[in-house]
Ligand binder design. Structure first.
Ligand SMILES: CC(C)(COP(=O)(O)OP(=O)(O)OC[C@H]1O[C@@H](n2cnc3c(N)ncnc32)[C@H](O)[C@@H]1OP(=O)(O)O)[C@@H](O)C(=O)NCCC(=O)NCCS
Length: 146
């Protein structure tokens, strides 16, 4: 029976990095898993959760709350365990934590290439909203590769 709990850096770092590399395969420097984890821990908001089964990390969700909106990031379930209800449990756990923090609305972004995943979020009550998503990398904070 999977357990959803707060991320614990002493137990989970290597496994989460491995899971994200398999599930997301991001290669942009600002998405580098170890850096993302360290930045999230430095923020110390208690909004980073893992799903475990007998101490093995099988899923993650990272949330953020800035006082105006809640955001979901890094919703991931190990490939072989997808479609067994774990993604839903992870999102609901993050929603509970955001609600407890006073959040009124949760947003998330999907890559256009991952649009099929919108059906997962729709099944949880999310709606596609007419927005143009914009972003900018702050290069001064990106570690140099050398
Ligand atoms: C998206 C993801 C987290 C969903 O997790 P999951 O454990 O497979 O989802 P659940 O089993 O909880 O699904 C709940 C419901 O969502 C819907 N759903 C889930 N995946 C779906 C898909 N690929 N297509 C259509 N509907 C889907 C279904 O209604 C499902 O209920 P059902 O299985 O009874 O039909 C998982 O597929 C994943 O890790 N994908 C890769 C990473 C990713 O794209 N993350 C999201 C971007 S941050």
């Amino acid at each position: 029976m999977p357990e959803i709990r707060q991320y614990d850096d002493s137990k989970d770092r290597t496994q989460v990095i491995e899971l994200w590399k398999k599930v997301f395969g991001y290669d942009a420097p600002h998405n580098e898993p170890a850096l993302s984890i360290s930045k999230k821990l430095a923020n110390n908001d208690g909004l980073f959760f893992v799903a475990t089964d007998r101490s093995k990390v099988i899923g993650t969700v990272m949330a953020g709350y800035d006082g105006h909106r809640g955001w979901l990031y890094a919703v991931a379930v190990q490939h072989e365990l997808q479609r067994s209800g774990l993604g839903k449990k992870l999102v609901l756990a993050a929603e509970d934590a955001l609600a407890a923090a006073g959040c009124l609305k949760v947003n998330l972004q999907l890559l256009a290439s991952n649009e099929a995943t919108a059906d997962f979020y729709k099944s949880l009550g999310y709606m596609v909203e007419p927005r143009v998503s914009m972003g900018k990398v702050l290069q001064s904070n990106i570690p140099s590769s050398s």
